[in-house]
Design a binder for this molecule. Sequence first.
Ligand code: HSE
Length: 419
Amino acid sequence: MIKVGIIGVGTVGTSVAQILVDNADIISARAGTDIIVKRGVVKNLSKDRGLDIIITDNVDDVLNDPEIDIVVELMGGIEEPFEVVKKALKNGKAVVTANKALLAYHRYELAELAKDIAFEYEASVAGGIPIINALRDGLSANHIESIMGIMNGTCNYMLTKMTNEGVAYDDILKESQDLGYAEADPSFDVGGYDAAHKLLILASIAYGIDAKPEDILIEGIENVSQDDISFAKEFGYAIKLLGIAKKDGNEVELRVHACLISQDEMIAKIDGVMNGISVVGDKVGETLYYGPGAGGDATASAVVANIIDIARSGKSTPMLGFAKPLDGELTLKPIDKIESKYYLRINVSDKAGVLAKITKIFEDNNISVETMLQRPATNNSANILISTHIAVEKDIQNMIKKLESLDFINSTPVMIRIV
Ligand code: HSE
């Protein structure tokens, strides 16, 4: 029999304990042994979780219990779980975590510490989709050319509702929280950080890139408005928050931001809380992974799969995947060098000569306009909506700074990259 301790019995932890009971028959058949939760650790002992497990508020009751084989870390945060996981490994316990923020900062140190002890993290990326398994095992024969996809269920849920139902941003954010999709601090979702944490984990498996969130381009969906959504619809695009990893020679670009993506692309059709990730390998070509990216049961499905795996293979299956550097001498491409097509929404005072001045600034910064549209906003202001040909990030940023300084520009221009 395998005994599990769950640290953090919230939405996902409760589902993990429940799945181990509900599906005990198939789980023990697949694992070759029974698996039970011996103890759960919570911060607030008075809250009823409707579970038949022993609850404590002392993490050492799990970490120091010699009967517990696998510690499941679902606390959230970065430094506190790092200490907990280090202690669990030091005490010889296998670890399963869904904590992408922890891995975004400490994955290489943890791989080093774990050595021959199993350390699994399938649920850290894309909830219920077995994307770690696919990248680490199923595609291990390939050089990975690109990874691109929807990696945050909350943002995708919000953008879908804003697009299809015109629901206001704040109302949907609240709904995502009530449904258990959003992080404890939802600015991690809408600010793009959660997706960035996941992208860094995938980039480590695919390329051995040891970058931190601070090293890469991260933007969220806070500035996306109904104006942008209606421009997108008119020109055949959907707006999605994407994580993108792309190999270009010896460099890998890593970025998370809202994108305008053609409605014909498969990823553009992925709606609601669903995640969808495309991985292109040099031998296999494009593969696509789709499924629920957030929510208790979906995420717990991946956590329990890791528990079963460890029960089946023993505690001495090392954590694979975070080698460095892989694929020759790959380095992170500087943000300034990233190239893309861009969409800009510029709110201006509606008076003679404004358009000419704006197009001059585009020219001065080597940026070529592809389409342009002007829409009245209020009585004396208008939105100018522009898409560009391929341009360099540095030029776009310089141009936005220049535009911001002009007296006929009413607010900071909104920019969304086009994929
Ligand atoms: N808040 C995350 C999301 C949960 O919305 O995708 C899953 O990691």
